[in-house]
Structures are given as C-alpha cells and as structure tokens.
Design a protein around this ligand. Sequence first.
Ligand code: UGA
Length: 425
Amino acid sequence: MAKIAVLGAGYVGITSAACFAYLDHQIMVSDINESRIAQLDRGECPIIEAGLGELLVEGISRGNLHFTVDNNLAVSSADFVFVCLPTPQGENGVADTSYVQKAIRGVASQLKSGAIVVTKSTVPVGSTKIIEEALNRSDVAVVSNPEFLREGSAVDDFLNPDRVVVGSTDVNAAQKVAGLYSKLNTKIFLTDPASAETIKYAANAFLATKISYINAIAAVCEGVGADVLAVIEGIGSDRRIGRSFLNPGPGWGGSCFPKDTKALVKIAESGGYDFALLRGVIEVNEQQYDRVAHKILNVTRSHSEVLQVCVLGLTFKAGTDDLRDSPSLLVIQKLRNAGAEVRAFDPTVSPPNSNLDGIVLCNSAQSAASGADVIAILTEWPEFMELRPVDFFKIVRTPNVVDARNLLNRENWLGAGLSYRDVGR
Ligand code: UGA
C-alpha cells in the first residue's frame, strides 16, 4: 500500500484518487476549493462521472481516502505526489503550467526524501524538467504519467486502461510508479519524460484527426449522394483503421481536444516543424461548427419571422455535465449572431444557468420545442432517441429537424411529416 497525495480535485484528480483508493492505496486529496473539499469529505461527488460516487463512498468508509485544503498536509507523509492541476490554454497557445509550478514550489520543502512527484496534468513537452527546477530537490524524482481518461467513462478508463505510460530519467522511480498499477491487467510503457508527454498530445491529436476526417468525409458524402454511415462501416471494419472515433457530429470540443491540438501545433513549431496536417484538422473542425449552424439556419419555412431554434443537448458530449468548449454552445453562438432565438434543453443543465446568457433554458425537450421552426440535436444523449415525433409535430411552428449527431431514427421522423436532415447522408 502506497501513500499518495493528489493535488487538484478536478475530474482527473478525483477519479485517480478514488481509483487508487480502490486499488488499496492510502490517498489524501488536496484542493484550494474549500466547498468542493467539504463536499467530497461528505462523500458527495461534485461531478457527473459513472461509478465515481460509489468509489468515493467506499474509499472514505474503508478509511483510505481523505481530503484537505492544505497541500502541505497532503504531501508531508506521501511516497507519491500526483499533480492533477489545471493547465489551461496560455496566451501563446501552449498549456499554461503556472498552477503546477506554483503548487510544486509551495510544497517542495515539505516532501519527504525519496518521494516521487508524478505529473498527470497534460503539460507541454519539457515540463518534467521545469518541474524538477521548481522543486529544486535532488532527493525527489519527477515522473510523467499522462492520463487518458474520457469524461463520463473516466473510472472505467482508469481501471481498464489500454496502457499506462510512465516517463522518467530515473528508472527506479518509474518502476515504483508503474507498481501503483500492478493490480491492473494492462501494458505499461516506460519511456523518457519527453516521449511520455508527447504520447499524450499525439493521442488526443490523432483522435481529433479521426473525427475531423470523418466530418470531412461526411461533407463529401452529402455532395456526392453517399451515406456516411455505410462508409464508416466499410472503412471501420478495416482493422488498420478501426470503427471508433468515427462518428460525425457538430465538431469536436470539450476541455481537452481544442486546447491540446492547438498546443501541439505550438510545440511542433518550437521544435522547428510546421504541423500543417494538425492545423488542417483544427480548421476542418471550425468549419464543421459553421456547416451545422448553416444547416439549422437554412431550414425551409414559410414565414419571415425571427427563426426559433430548439436545441437539444448543450454539453460537449453525452454522459457529462461539462459545457467547456462545447460544440453545441459554439453553434448556438453562430445561430444567435445570425439573429435566431434559441430555446434549449439538456438533461444535465438546469435553469437558471448564468453561463448560458441569451439562451432560454427549458426543463424538457417538449418545452424547448414549443413554437420552434427547427429542432437541432447537438449532443448525443441516448434519451433523445426515445422522443416521439408525434409529440413534437403538433407543438412546433415549422416541422424541421437537424440531427447533427445522426442520433434519431430518420424514417420515424420523416414518416411523421417532419423534414429531417442529418450529417453525411
Ligand atoms: C479526451 C480523450 O478521449 C481522453 O483519452 C483524454 O484523456 C481526455 O480527452 C483528456 O485529455 O483529458 P474527453 O475530452 O472526455 O476525452 O472527450 P472524448 O470522448 O474524447 O470526446 C471529445 C469530443 O469529440 C466530444 O466533443 C465528442 O462529442 C467528439 N466526438 C468523439 C465526435 O464528434 N465523434 C466521435 O466519434 C467521438
């Protein structure tokens, strides 16, 4: 059993802490946000994350999961200090590591000799060295151990990972970090720190590339009369390509892909390489927001009054309440800039919500659709698949559906007399 301090109670920090506690380690999580720490201490999970609430309660009741607002207290007896702090996009496009550096400087003198600092936050390539400098302790090793957790399925991703990557110049420290995962049935890759840091960016950028690629193919399909769903099955069954991350949509978003793709372009630039491919991937994604907004704005209607749009889904994907860099919000911004009025419903976003100025937030899909000229599906919540066209046909002003996630059963909606447009078909 190892003693682990986790700095940062965001979704990566809480998930890592709860899962390490589940793996029988002794954990103390520290965060400056007092109300969040108090909430966690009561066993309440502050984020929507499948299975996390149960693991938190279990860890607390077994006595191996503790919370504090005092970083020094958390690290003073720790064998490992996991850094799970935010690294927002800095002004120059590269991730800003100032929170990480500040926290490390703050705890440097409190770490016991032989402790290991482990970076889980996504940090620019070369950050291990910067953290070593901030620490200024020759008796404390720094190891990079990037996370590959998807929001919504983070617990499952942690406990059933495709791989664990551990990067360090100190082989002994790297092996100790690898040992924390010994109960998991997975491959462990030991690398140098720069490679570990690069793996994280390369993985996210590749996944974003797959999505931009399929969104571009969807545009081709619309132009030539092909069906992107058939194309996806046709190419996805080639094992070299694979079926996953090939769902067309309103563009990719969230707190990671937009930030990490831009950061990798900058990282490449600083290494003397113009990453034109990745710049193209980002551009295709921005075009996708426009393409979807355009589809919604151009539905057929017989009047010239202000376009009323019902948006179903606000979060950046289903299974989370996270609105950060949500494609849905970016599309809505474009609709509002074009003069449309928006009523919206999302299963995890309740009114009032001060982040959503200018959008009428409703308590149900029906309420959002009342008087609408177009219903736009922008997040792939499974419950939207259960909606019955007949309930909507009678309450909308003009019967149009734009399904930007190819989620609904198009025959049912067309059969009920609504015009229905999806993506790439
Ligand atoms: C992503 C990565 O998948 C994780 O491996 C990584 O650890 C995490 O970022 C991170 O860097 O912390 P996440 O941001 O939770 O995870 O979201 P994804 O499930 O990857 O989805 C990202 C965006 O792509 C969403 O807007 C989603 O709707 C979109 N998407 C995804 C598609 O449009 N089509 C797809 O086929 C898949």
